[in-house]
Design a protein. Structure first.
Length: 201
């Protein structure tokens, strides 16, 4: 079912079906362009903001969390019944076949279920990457070991003192994707090393 010799067959997805063949087939169809599934890893504040962002864009979204119970996630899923939610495990087959996978900053790159996938993933992104794709205003990002919040708020106040409309978010206040709902001419973000680790250069 392939085209040119250099093309990969659309059913050529590196998966092992086992008993969960239906989910594997669904993920394979995603890779073949017949479906568009977007996966969010992590059900915390960042993960929920990404899931909401992609759902608003009309994408098919699957949110996965390694915890049996993630605070606030049950209520979020009730508010978004179209969201496909998997708890207590990560479906690596669906991650490999997804159009994009957004990983939350709280997930360790050494997570035993994810380490191999993360080392080779080409469809991985973060909420910071998604935010910057939509951003056409100046952004100032503050990071470092200590004093990030203080420097972020001082910078924002200095800009406001010049009469500028300033949005503040990231590791403080709003998740970055939620800032897209605001009106501003300058954005100041506090970013931790965990948030930057997976971001694309």
């Amino acid at each position: 079912m392939a085209g040119a010799e250099s093309d990969r067959p659309f059913l050529d997805c590196d998966v092992h079906s086992g008993a969960d063949w239906l989910n594997v087939l669904e993920g394979t169809l995603v890779r073949g362009g017949f479906m568009t599934e977007y996966v969010v890893l992590g059900g915390g504040q960042t993960g929920r903001s990404v899931a909401r962002y992609w759902l608003e864009q009309g994408h098919k979204v699957c949110l996965m969390d390694t915890r049996a119970v993630a605070p606030g996630l049950a209520a979020f899923c009730r508010q978004h019944p179209q969201l496909d939610y998997h708890q207590s495990s990560i479906d690596l087959d669906r991650c490999r076949c997804a159009a994009r996978v957004c990983i939350s900053p709280g997930i360790s790159p050494h997570h035993p279920e994810l380490a191999t996938y993360l080392a080779a993933a080409k469809n991985l992104c973060t909420d910071i990457d998604l935010f910057m794709e939509r951003q056409d205003q100046p952004v100032l990002a503050v990071t470092g070991s200590n004093g990030k919040s203080t420097v972020t708020m001082m910078t924002a106040e200095l800009l406001r003192a010049q009469g500028l409309r300033v949005a503040v978010g990231g590791n403080i206040g709003y998740s970055v994707l939620d800032l897209l709902q605001q009106s501003y001419v300058f954005c100041v973000l506090e970013l931790s090393s965990f948030q930057l680790f997976y971001s694309q250069p």
